[in-house]
Design a binder for this molecule. Structure first.
Ligand code: SF4
Ligand code: MG
Length: 332
């Protein structure tokens, strides 16, 4: 099937100044991420806040330019492409944000919200645009006559449906959704996730789904990319990773997710704080919080390498594959 996104070694570094003398320094938000995403598929990017997942989403959405790496969207080089071509690419990638209350202009009727992208980018007549907007409302499970209403008349779940409708109006190939259900009640979350899944099947959409919530990701993802401090820890098919994580960080995340832990999986509470990306640990970036860290972990950074149908960035992943994860040591 058709590849919608191909990212190779995407890296984002922000120049900053720090300290008493405001010395120039570098903050690496994303340290080299590669993935392929096909139409009709969802890649979930998972991690704690500050892990770089939103920066990755902004690069793939063409909001931020990568410092390094290549990004191919819908067959076109999205980094080197000229401005005119970029306009077309921006139509092909649409965003859904976390906050359904903040993302809709309260002064604009839903019809205006939905029709705006068509007014700029198509030759459709006003009546045709209105008809499209009404059809799209139906496609996201809302009444067509809601087009005449204002955002404040809707619940959080309805607003997120409207935000999804707006994202679909330009006919995107890729939808980048940054925590799209995190602000909703759990009962509403399932409805919106089901809607996203239905729309994906109907329209063969690719989703880049950003989330900290592994219970949510389980419902929607085909592939999972686990990030920590800007780096990929583990990446591969969801089934494989959920059934048997091979990176200690993935293992800890899954073990602390209600309803996923499994019979034999002890809850693991990670010690310590997330380090500052300005001052990442030497060697493995997870070493300051990893219950299994050895000397080599503090010296050498493990690169993601193929193992058991996924990529894992851990010096001891082979041992975890053959022997499982040991009990977390008492001294941890
Ligand atoms: Fe833990 Fe070492 Fe593996 Fe990093 S490389 S995850 S510190 S065991
Ligand atoms: Mg974020």
């Amino acid at each position: 099937s058709k590849v919608v996104v191909e990212a190779k070694n995407l890296r984002k570094v922000y120049p900053i100044r720090r300290g008493m003398f405001r010395e120039p320094a570098q903050l690496q938000a994303v340290g080299g991420v590669s993935f392929t995403l096909e139409e009709g598929k969802t890649l979930a990017v998972v991690g704690e806040s500050g892990c770089g997942k939103s920066t990755l989403a902004r690069m793939v959405s063409l909001i931020e330019q990568p410092t390094e790496g290549t990004l191919t969207l819908d067959g076109t080089d999205a980094v080197q492409t000229p401005a005119s071509e970029k306009r077309r690419l921006r139509q092909a990638v649409q965003l859904v944000f976390q906050n359904p209350y903040g993302s809709l202009n309260p002064r604009k009727k839903i019809s205006a919200v939905l029709e705006a992208p068509l007014a700029i980018n198509t030759d459709l007549k006003p009546a045709e645009r209105a008809e499209r907007a009404r059809a799209m409302l139906q496609q996201v499970g809302l009444r067509p006559e809601y087009a005449n209403r204002y955002p404040h008349m809707f619940s959080g779940g309805q607003r997120q449906r409207i935000a999804i409708a707006r994202a679909l109006m330009p006919g995107p190939k890729l939808v980048v959704a940054d925590e799209p259900v995190s602000a909703l009640d759990v009962s509403i979350q399932a409805q919106v996730l089901n809607l996203l899944a239905d729309l994906q099947k109907e329209l063969q959409l690719a989703y880049l789904f950003i989330s900290h919530d592994l219970a949510v990701v389980r419902h929607i993802a085909h592939d999972v990319l686990v990030m920590y401090l800007g780096h990929v820890m583990e990446q591969g098919p969801k089934e494989r990773i959920y059934a048997r994580p091979l990176h200690p960080y993935t293992n800890a995340l899954l073990a602390s997710t209600p309803g996923i832990g499994g019979r034999n999986r002890k809850r693991i509470v990670l010690q310590g704080e997330l380090p500052s990306p300005l001052n990442p640990p030497a060697g493995c970036v997870f070493s300051s919080r990893c219950p299994y860290a050895q000397d080599v972990c503090h010296r050498e950074r493990p690169l993601p390498r193929p193992l058991d149908e996924r990529l894992v960035a851990c010096h001891f992943a082979d041992d975890f594959l053959s022997q499982g994860f040991p009990e977390v040591p008492l001294a941890y």
